[in-house]
Write a new protein. Sequence first.
Length: 133
Amino acid sequence: MRTAGDYLIRAGVPLPDVEERLPHVDPGTVPVRAAGRAFRATWAKGIVAVAMPWAIYVHPETLARPADELARLIVHELVHIEQWRREGGVGHLRQYVGDYLQGRRSRKGHWDSYRDIGLEVEARRIADEIIDR
């Protein structure tokens, strides 16, 4: 089983940079798994990966891409694991769903509401900062 750390090392991403930004996550201990069909059926259209507190699940077609193409996605999902651990499950869910519903109440569409979720904004920003160094 490959870990997030394995993918990042293969992509040339320095693990100390990731560990410094994500103090509650050790990339070498986070499994990256192909998401099964039943699990993927619960995902919104267009989603290619989901982080759970214990692992990152990636669509098999996405997982087959070269490690350097996956690096930003892996870091993004590691940020979500950091958020889970930092906020706690209830806090994470409250913020995630609350931000999404706020966007929908303000008449934004699904994808705009999703992109504006504070936790998603943070995950994109940190992934960009680490990968684009």
